[in-house]
Design a protein around this ligand. Structure first.
Ligand code: FAD
Length: 418
């Protein structure tokens, strides 16, 4: 088949690679000048399948309120909030019930474990080399936090994650750079989880997809799909349309606008996060892999000779305005745990990115309901961890093959009005 993919983030590129591997003629259109320029640009890079869970769950409303009232709280609302944001919040609230949460968590974790395996298969099969390291350490500052994470450990156990509760000494032995002066109660160590550079992987896999014959066209902002000819694509600025046998929408936050004329309503919101990346000044004081500060929900990751601090969740506000408070929290957590590790005098990259988030959690993968138009979108806070599995599932569905996992609840039907 001649297949067009819209979007060259990690989801579009992994999809292009899988479809090209299956022998399809693949053409990718991307509005930016290069791959992985939006949400996939500077994320935390954590691949921890047991921690891939919906943000809509029991008790979340209270957590959000608490966070809004705290100066270093991870979750913030910014003005203006759009009508879309408000409608998304109502849907998010409705998805917080226990049964809905448990169903969505099972769907996401199934996909996340499958995806990690697929990431390893691709990495080994293509002999890819990118910045990565093994192990994930969730830091617990106090006994209270250790108590609060116990239900979460039950989730990890159920999901089949390999993990160990360790005391502060052992945590410091696993990550010797941790600041001895910051109080640490203990940690959760997940040796099979990992951290890796999502953007670098995306750029490398793009080259592999090209070697398989996929073509990439950049600076191509596509117009919304048309009801009369949904698989014919044209530029937003106006151009002759190009016809394909199928179109796969992997356009992250841009997906809702592309699909609207077809009557396919995707309730996506931009949930902004921030990161700072800097060169490592002293490797002995830097993390070996990734740590997560459970209290502030901030991850500190090692990427070769650089390190990245990432966190925060903001709804509303402008995409190009970085609120200093969000960065202050990242710097605070960095100084708490790895004070002398990063070269912060110059060359620090500060980034604000938007998670393409559906209100209930799992992404949407599969047919759109409109013949020829397929979806792989809405991966929210876990798009990197879910990318390789999502792409394989989509390719299998397009081929009419059985998928490697149960895909119940990953289709667009889930989002249709009841
Ligand atoms: C601070 C932060 C930390 C994160 N940490 C992690 C983590 O540790 N682990 C993890 O798994 N995930 C993490 N994520 C989430 C992850 O980054 C995203 O889920 C993932 O990058 C989404 O990929 P995507 O390809 O769907 O979207 P994108 O990367 O945004 O790609 C979509 C592409 O479509 C293009 N596009 C849109 N509309 C059009 C159009 N009309 N025409 C042409 N092109 C178009 C866009 O330009 C864009 O390049 C984090 C996110 C943030 C913000």
């Amino acid at each position: 088949m001649k297949i067009a993919i819209v979007g060259a983030g990690v989801i579009g590129v992994t999809t292009a690679w899988e479809l090209a591997s299956d022998g399809h003629e693949v053409v990718v259109f991307e509005r930016r000048g290069s791959a992985a320029e939006e949400a996939s640009f500077a994320n935390a890079g954590v691949v921890a399948p047991g921690y891939v869970t919906p943000w809509a769950g029991p008790g979340m409303r209270a957590k959000v309120l608490q966070s809004l009232l705290s100066s270093h709280g991870a979750i913030k609302l910014r003005w203006p909030l759009s009508a879309n944001d408000l409608s998304w919040m109502r849907k998010w609230q409705r998805a917080c019930g226990l049964d809905t949460y448990l169903a969505n968590r099972a769907r996401m974790q199934r996909l996340a474990f499958y995806s990690r395996n697929r990431l390893h298969e691709i990495t080994e099969g293509c002999q890819l080399s990118y910045e990565r390291s093994d192990g994930y350490l969730v830091l617990l500052r106090s006994r209270r936090e250790q108590k609060l994470v116990q239900p979460g450990l039950g989730v990890l156990r159920e999901a089949g994650s390999v993990f160990r509760e360790v005391d502060a000494d052992e945590a410091r032995a696993i990550e010797p750079g941790l600041n001895p002066n910051t109080p640490l109660w203990g940690a959760i160590h997940l040796p099979q989880d990992e951290v890796a550079n999502c953007r670098q992987f995306t750029l490398i896999l793009k080259r592999e997809a090209e070697a398989l014959g996929a073509q990439f066209f950049f600076n191509c902002d596509l117009a919304p799909l048309s009801r009369s000819a949904p698989t014919a694509l044209s530029l937003a600025a106006g151009s002759e349309s190009l016809r394909f046998d199928a179109v796969v929408v992997c356009a992250g936050l841009g997906s809702a606008a592309l699909l609207r004329p077809l009557g396919v309503r995707i309730p996506l919101a931009a949930v902004y996060g921030h990161s700072i990346s800097a060169s490592i000044k002293d490797p002995a004081q830097a993390p070996c892999s990734a740590v997560m500060d459970e209290r502030y929900k901030v991850a500190i990751s090692r990427f070769g000779v650089r390190m990245r601090v990432a966190g925060s969740a903001e709804l509303g506000g402008a995409s190009d305005t970085i609120h200093p408070a969000a960065l202050q929290t990242l710097y605070k957590v960095l100084h708490d745990w790895f004070p002398g590790a990063a070269a912060l005098q110059s060359g620090v990259q500060q980034w604000k990115g938007a998670r393409p988030m559906l209100p209930d959690g799992p992404p949407v993968i599969g047919p759109s309901g409109v013949p020829g138009v397929w979806l792989n979108l809405g991966h929210g806070s876990s798009g990197w961890a879910l990318s390789c599995g999502s792409a394989r599932v989509l390719a299998d569905l397009m081929a009419g093959r059985a998928t490697g996992i149960d895909i119940e609840g990953l289709g667009v039907e889930r989002l249709l009005p009841q």
